[in-house]
Design a protein around this ligand. Structure first.
Ligand code: FAD
Length: 315
């Protein structure tokens, strides 16, 4: 069975959930091989996790030559692994970095590239949600090694152990790939909440909050959810752009999305309409968001959310 390379997305050796989702997708296509670019002290924990979630093989690449540089060296690592393994596909998590690596890799290998897939079939056919979520496109790479970036929350991780055979891979990084260096990086502000695009539950607020996000944050914390915002809330300066959900913000697809004081404009829907269950709280029963919801509450969010939060916390 052909290998399917999965580039591991991790923070200090802690493998992020979207990579585990990619391993589940890789299993449909072939034999999942994780590509772990990390320092020696980060490897052991990551290897255990990748094995537990189905990696048959784990290529470990020492990041000594790569650390401190932008994405080009990672594309070279993958290019060399493609030459070595002739995989059935390469899967990468969709994100700013992932898509840049994928683009560079496609050029280097003369391969077809599909970005932002929300599903991938066993034969490599991908599903994409396009034109602000108004159309679903099916596409398949016909040239070279299929290189596919997949959005977080597109599959459920499967905790079925693989062989997890570790192979050290010594990549050769060219000087050309080291032309851009990271000079400073700021750690993410730790909010204690899950990352927006990875969260199983998202609680969002819009203009209807009037700038008071306390009820949103209270409910989010009761549910262990991430907090999101509409563009109106972001443009008003109530939340940074990193919270924005929608066409020009982040695309989320959680199990549960709770929209509060959000009218449901098409550009907001583009970022959340693939959520599995949608709940809205809006004081206007004619608000377009109600066309989309599984459950709707007509009411003032400042009254409804604290009650819901109290109820949840009491359980
Ligand atoms: P509004 O449309 O003003 O709706 C506020 C809602 O709150 C109303 O339905 C009202 O009934 C309700 N409300 C008011 N008070 C309360 C209360 N106390 N309790 C309960 N409900 C209350 N928007 C995005 O969100 N994300 C994007 O990425 C995005 N990209 C865009 C890109 C382009 C090119 C353009 C043109 C627009 C984009 N927009 C985006 C903006 C979008 O068109 C809407 O303007 C925006 O989504 C509206 O935000 P809102 O629903 O919070 O505000």
């Amino acid at each position: 069975m052909s290998e399917v390379l999965v580039l591991v997305d991790h923070v200090g050796g802690a493998v992020r959930k979207p990579t585990l989702e990619l391993l589940a997708i890789a299993k449909r296509i072939g034999s999942p091989s994780a590509v772990l670019i990390a320092s020696a002290d980060q490897t052991a924990g990551a290897v255990e996790k990748l094995k537990a979630f189905g990696a048959e093989k784990i290529y470990v690449v020492d990041d000594a030559q790569i650390k401190g540089y932008l994405v080009a060296p990672k594309a070279e690592v993958l290019q060399q692994l493609i030459e070595k393994t002739s995989p059935a596909a390469v899967l990468i998590v969709s994100g700013y970095e992932g898509k840049e690596i994928a683009g560079r890799l496609a050029i280097k290998t003369g391969s077809g590239l599909i970005t932002d897939a929300v599903d991938v079939d066993a034969d490599g056919t991908t599903t994409q949600s396009v034109f602000a979520g108004n159309f679903t496109a099916k596409a398949k790479v016909t040239t070279g090694t299929p290189i596919i970036t997949v959005k977080p929350n597109s599959a459920a991780p499967e905790e079925t152990a693989g062989a997890g055979a570790v192979e050290e891979f010594a990549a050769t990084i060219s000087d050309a790939a080291k032309k851009a260096q990271i000079v400073a990086s700021q750690p993410r502000q730790a909010s204690g909440r899950p990352e927006l695009t990875e969260a199983a539950i998202v609680v969002s607020g819009g203009r209807g909050t009037g700038g008071n996000f306390e009820p949103i944050e209270g409910l989010a914390d009761a549910l262990g959810a991430a907090v999101g915002a509409s563009r109106a809330a972001v443009d008003s300066g109530w939340k940074p752009h990193s919270f924005q959900v929608g066409q020009t913000g982040k695309v989320v697809s959680p199990q549960l999305y709770v929209a509060n004081g959000i009218s449901g404009a098409i550009q907001h829907r583009a970022g959340m309409q693939t959520s599995k269950t949608i709940v809205a709280v809006n004081k206007d029963e004619e608000a377009p968001i109600f066309e989309l919801v599984d459950f709707g509450v007509v009411g003032d969010l400042h009254a409804v959310l604290p009650k819901a939060t109290e109820e949840i916390n009491a359980r």
